[in-house]
Design a protein around this ligand. Structure first.
Ligand code: ZN
Length: 444
């Protein structure tokens, strides 16, 4: 199966080839756990969940690692503001983050390392950068020495000179170059660790490099992912550190998802249009929010509006409604099911996703499948109902909408047949009563 992926490192669509046959190593930058996740943060959660599901569907074994940043100024400030410990903040919002993953019906990453648990390795990584001359210490702070790198800016395609011109007059006199970034910070407030430079904490950019080394046997990986907003400086600085010590750019494929706007405006705290993913899920359900996030190609910007939500709601209802109806029809008729499904439709569906995870094109195959399924249900063809039902279930292994088969109890079946009987003898008053009961139970 030929898979094409847009590689941010080359700015090209490339034919995907994993380092080890049949296996994929994937790392995605996770959240800083000082608050709830807004809808923009939910996009990579769903996008990379679908990437993983797709790779697994076509036969790869995927190891997916995504970190939790549980040491950060924002966490320390939140702890001070609320008068609690940092770990109270991080455990509360880590839990909320995992709940969000579950509510979006995503599978949790295989490993979710935390900074607090990786500290000794981060410190020894910075020591390695020091001893190789890629880092220097000033008054207990440690910086990365950009000038020692031949190339900087290969991911975002900016060169050092342009960056220097663009950078405002640097107030930090300690740094050799305004582009140098912090590896270790001497700190007075908040949680801190001992190091040979000072008591303090690491900068943000080292943790991912260290966690990747740590969880993938010190080897280069296939995919490094994250939101577009992380390209610069975060991913650029991850690459800089890896090139310094490992002489490679961490991953063969860098994948970035596009940003989200709200009613065509940039989402930001200052504009007051920030939407927490949990609130949107509470209002519209996880399936609908998941569908909104799949409705555009992952690299495109995605606009969140009443219209996009309404469309997705409608689409979810069409898919889940058809599945429910088909399943009910088969079970009430005691149809003996088999596992047949349409290879033709699946080839189309998988083919769309193999083209840089084109979810809108894959979804159009799904709606075609829904159309066939509805036709089979209406035509009372149980064999075909079973066939397209299975096809839709296959597709949903990748789409990942929450759907559970409802097994009817003996009483529920009897209720249904009683209702049918009442219709036959034209006792519509009682038939309506049973119909309401069936509807209340969600059977019809
Ligand atoms: Zn990262």
């Amino acid at each position: 199966m030929k898979i094409r992926i847009y590689n941010s490192l080359s700015n090209k669509l490339e034919t995907f080839k994993p380092i080890k046959e049949g296996q994929i190593s994937m790392y995605v930058c996770g959240p800083t756990v000082y608050n709830y996740q807004h809808i923009g943060n939910a996009r990579p959660i769903v996008v990379f969940d679908v990437f993983k599901r797709f790779f697994e569907y076509v036969g790869y074994k995927v190891k997916y690692v995504s970190n939790l940043t549980d040491v950060d100024d924002k966490i320390i400030n939140a702890a001070i503001k609320e008068g609690v410990l940092e770990e109270d903040i991080t455990s509360k919002y880590s839990e909320a983050y995992f709940k969000l993953i579950d509510d979006l019906n995503c599978n949790r990453p295989d490993i979710t390392p935390r900074v607090t648990e990786t500290m000794s390795k981060i410190i020894s990584f910075i020591e390695d950068l020091m001893s190789s001359g890629y880092a220097y210490e000033v008054n207990g702070d440690v910086y990365f020495r950009i000038d020692k790198l031949e190339e900087y800016g290969i991911l975002s395609n900016i060169n050092k000179e342009d960056l220097l011109v663009g950078s405002r007059v640097e107030t930090n006199e300690d740094k050799e170059s305004p582009l140098d970034f912090t590896l270790w910070k001497k700190t007075k407030e908040g949680i801190k660790w001992d190091s040979s430079w000072s008591r303090g904490r690491p900068g943000w950019h080292s943790e991912c490099v260290v966690m990747i080394k740590d969880n993938f046997n010190n080897e280069k990986i296939d995919i490094h992912g994250g939101g577009n907003d992380l390209k610069f400086p975060h991913h650029e600085n991850e690459i800089a550190q890896s090139r310094a010590l490992n002489n490679h750019s961490i991953a063969n494929y860098w994948i970035h998802n596009g940003m989200i706007t709200i009613d065509d405006e940039k989402m930001s705290k200052s504009l007051g249009n920030l939407k927490w993913a949990k609130d949107l899920i509470e209002e519209h359900g996880g399936n609908v929010i998941r569908m909104v996030l799949l409705s555009s190609p992952y690299r495109s910007p995605l606009n969140f509006s009443k219209e996009t939500i309404d469309n997705s709601k409608n689409e979810v209802e069409r898919i889940i409604g058809a599945l429910k109806q088909a399943h009910f029809k088969m079970s009430i008729n005691d149809f003996k099911r088999n596992n047949d499904f349409s290879n033709e439709l699946m080839d189309e569906f998988v083919g769309a996703l193999a083209d840089d995870l084109n979810t809108p094109n894959a979804l159009s195959v799904t709606f075609e499948t829904v159309k066939w399924l509805n036709q089979a249900i209406r035509g009372n063809s149980l064999k075909e109902t079973n066939y397209y039902y299975n096809t839709l279930l296959e597709q949903n292994k990748v789409l990942g909408l929450k759907y559970e088969e409802r097994v009817l109890t003996k009483e529920e079946r009897e209720l249904y047949f009683d209702w049918q009987e009442l219709i036959k003898i034209k006792d519509f008053i009682n038939a309506d009563r049973l119909r309401q009961q069936l509807m209340d139970k969600g059977i019809i």
